[in-house]
Design a binder for this molecule. Structure first.
Ligand code: GLY
Ligand code: MN
Ligand code: MN
Length: 430
């Protein structure tokens, strides 16, 4: 059982959500809200289902990622009603709830049926969740403006949520340490994944996202999704981007390790790490997140010059000519919470110079973001550059040497505090 402080914070969390939800409901002319946890669809022409992970608003309230066909009914001035599906079934087990204090703030019922609870006394009802499960229900389904307001209730994390995110970081770092040791001992991607799962006590399907574990060139595929069962003859680099889900909350951490004898790559990793720490230090209230993204490009340009990969161009020219985009094609990060790419990040679309940026907001206390600069050697992005007039500025032989290391990404999870920031990943690393 978690410590009593966390359990007390969870009771406060439920109270805060009751207030936030009641406000959102009344702002949008609703009195009651039914949230479906969801259910895993059966695969086409098969009798097997996809692995289930619950719907965001349901997780926001309950943290229960594995409960299918559960329902949460929110009504003004009344305890939330949580209905859990518990069939009599000799094929599958039913998940059990720990008797924790937050459950006293709710009314809890069990149902053998998958259908929603009685809604007779619900006026002005909204129902949210996977539309495939809502067909027969009354009320307004997934009203867009209410859904946007509910997403907004997830932007400023409660103290309970931050404690869960901190714990998810601690747990994931145990996995990252094990993964690094396995790599340095010569393990394959498959075996590094097993080491990560063993250390985190988490089966992969329950992780917030499929772990990205790339050796050598594979480190240059941003979301590399396979695991070679054999180790390469010359292990040159490991990029592992992997998290843990704790009570519904996700960590999202990336580390890159240079193999033995990879001096040039190791110094680039060190350079990117220094840049990444400076970018984390920028996290503070009032900062435009897109400005951290833009600073990243200037930092990458400086690193490209210092390493000799690009010469005779200023940092600003490298950015404006698109050279840094070829080495760092993704955004600097995103919101983090019960979803790894948490909601409400883009009240406005990203600008043309940052098309993949997932977060376009001014930072405020309580927000939790990732900071994840990368520097990759991706043939499909570099080849057009090398073939054009900018190719003369790029050291092809050095690039050729480094290409087999794939790339680097370093990613931490950072809370915006009242005066600056709290880096949940670094504090757990010590
Ligand atoms: N792990 C996916 C991401 O970093 O956004
Ligand atoms: Mn990641
Ligand atoms: Mn991320």
């Amino acid at each position: 059982m978690p410590d009593t402080d966390l359990l007390a914070l969870q009771v406060d969390h439920v109270g805060i959500l009751q207030q936030r939800y009641e406000q959102a409901l009344s702002d949008h002319n609703f009195d009651s809200l039914l949230i479906s946890s969801g259910a895993a669809p059966v695969r086409y022409a098969d009798d097997q289902s996809w692995h289930f992970q619950g719907y965001g608003p349901f997780l926001h309230w309950t943290g229960l990622a594995g409960f299918e066909h559960a329902w949460l009914l929110i009504r003004k001035g009344r305890k939330p009603l949580l209905t859990l599906h518990q069939p009599v079934d000799f094929w599958h087990a039913n998940l059990e709830l720990e008797p924790e204090p937050w459950l006293d703030a709710l009314e809890l019922r069990y149902s053998e049926s998958t259908t929603a609870p009685e809604l007779d006394d619900c006026s002005r009802l909204a129902v949210i969740g996977d539309p495939a499960l809502l067909d027969t229900l009354p009320g307004e389904h997934n009203p867009a403006e209410l859904c946007a307001a509910l997403d907004e209730t997830r932007v400023h994390k409660t103290a309970y949520e931050i404690a869960c995110l901190a714990h998810a970081n601690e747990r994931a770092l145990a996995g990252h340490r094990a993964a690094r040791e396995a790599f340095l001992a010569g393990a394959s991607e498959f075996d590094i994944n097993l080491a990560y799962q063993r250390a985190t006590r988490q089966r992969e399907a329950d992780a917030p996202y499929p772990s990205i574990i790339g050796l050598n060139e594979h480190a240059g595929t941003l979301h590399y999704q396979y695991y070679d069962t054999a180790a390469p003859a010359h292990p040159r680099s490991l990029l592992i981007d992997a998290g843990v889900r704790y009570r519904g909350y996700c960590s999202d951490i990336t580390r890159t390790t240079a193999g033995t004898g990879e001096g040039r790559f190791a110094s680039l990793v060190l350079g990117l790490e220094k840049l990444q720490r400076r970018l984390c230090d920028m996290v503070a209230p009032g900062v435009e997140y897109v400005e951290i993204h833009r600073k990243t490009h200037l930092g990458i340009a400086t690193l490209l010059s210092a390493s000799g990969l690009v010469s005779d161009l200023s940092a600003e020219d490298m950015v404006s000519a698109g050279i840094t985009r070829a080495f760092f094609p993704h955004g600097i990060g995103h919101f983090l919470g019960v979803q790894v790419h948490d909601v409400a990040g883009k009240p406005v679309p990203p600008p043309a110079d940052a098309p993949f940026l997932r977060l376009m907001r001014t930072l405020e206390p309580g927000m939790v973001v990732t900071i994840e600069p990368g520097l990759y050697f991706i043939p499909s992005l570099l080849e057009p550059l090398l073939a054009g007039p900018l190719g003369q500025h790029i050291d092809r032989s050095l690039l050729g040497e480094l290409q087999g290391c794939g790339g680097i990404r370093i990613e931490d999870n950072v809370v915006v505090t009242r005066n600056g920031n709290r880096n949940l990943t670094r504090e757990a690393e010590i």
